[in-house]
Design a protein around this ligand. Structure first.
Ligand SMILES: [Zn+2]
Length: 280
């Protein structure tokens, strides 16, 4: 299968790490997955949110919302009166939408994960669609602010999402994205061991340069780009390191029972970029 770079349309690719390719022309990095939409969406089962990539997404609501408040605080200075509607792609259980619902006339989200979408609807009374953003018919609907928190790296073809977002936004609309930066110091140092390199769920590894270029080609100018930190519970950090990375469930359980895991901490590893772009 010939790949074409989604950023520069170049066809000259080289292997960077095992299963990971890099465009020779613009340095864009991505995983060579070859999955169908169905196979990809099937990764986002209940297990992904509970016992998979997340230890227990629902139980972590408080800390997740603490992080969403941080994201929103950075976005607020760019909001104007005309930004009345917000749309979130990959809204999971609706925790971000719940945080910002009172700041907009309407907030809406979409997620392929059925239970999450249902939870947002039934428990939080949010307007969340269960399905694929690319397949859903939004008619003439326009969004003023579109958010993708730690989501763009999961998509099969992010460029198609940006094209569709572009067609459902008007000049002045904002898009807010968080994703790992493959050219960050940590990523360069850790190479294939960088914590965010984990295909098949993470398929796209942007840098400031490649993300800016992709956004630009869909009509968005980057107006903010910072590394963002996040709150984390000691519990989920231990779970990640011990259980996910090293398969040491027993050690994890012991530490958890000892009470050592009942704390939060703030961490900025300078490898997650937070980009806000405005539609031209
Ligand atoms: Zn390229």
């Amino acid at each position: 299968m010939t790949h074409r770079c989604i950023v520069c349309a170049g066809t000259s690719l080289k292997p960077l790490y095992e299963g990971i390719l890099q465009c020779r022309q613009c340095n864009y990095v991505f995983a060579d997955l070859g999955l169908t939409d169905e196979e990809l969406f099937n990764l986002y089962t209940d297990r992904f949110f509970c016992g998979g990539e997340y230890k227990d997404y629902l139980a972590d609501k408080k800390i997740l919302q603490k992080n969403f408040k941080l994201r929103f605080r950075a976005l607020q200075p760019f909001l104007e009166r005309r930004h009345k509607s917000l749309f979130e792609i990959g809204s999971a259980y609706g925790f971000f939408l719940e945080v910002v619902r009172n700041h907009f006339d309407s907030v809406q989200g979409i997620d392929v994960h059925e239970r999450g979408a249902r939870y947002a609807d039934e428990h939080l009374g949010l307007d969340v669609i269960q399905g694929d953003f690319l397949q859903h018919d939004f008619g003439n609907e326009k969004f003023d602010v579109v958010c993708l928190w730690d989501t763009i790296e999961h998509l099969r073809e992010p460029q198609l999402y940006l094209r569709k977002i572009s067609s459902h936004t008007e000049s002045g609309a904002l898009i807010a994205i968080t994703t790992g930066d493959v050219e960050s110091p940590v990523a360069r140092l850790r190479k294939q061991k960088w914590r965010l390199i984990h295909p098949p769920t993470h398929a796209h590894y942007f840098s400031t340069k490649t993300l800016t270029r992709l956004l630009d080609s869909h009509g968005f100018n980057v107006i903010y780009n910072r590394y963002c930190g996040f709150y984390r519970s000691v519990d989920s950090a231990l779970y990640n390191i011990l259980v996910l990375r090293h398969g040491k469930s027993r050690a994890y359980e012991l530490l958890q029972r000892s009470g050592a895991a009942n704390f939060d901490f703030y961490l900025n590893l300078y490898d997650i970029m937070y980009v806000i772009a405005r539609r031209r």
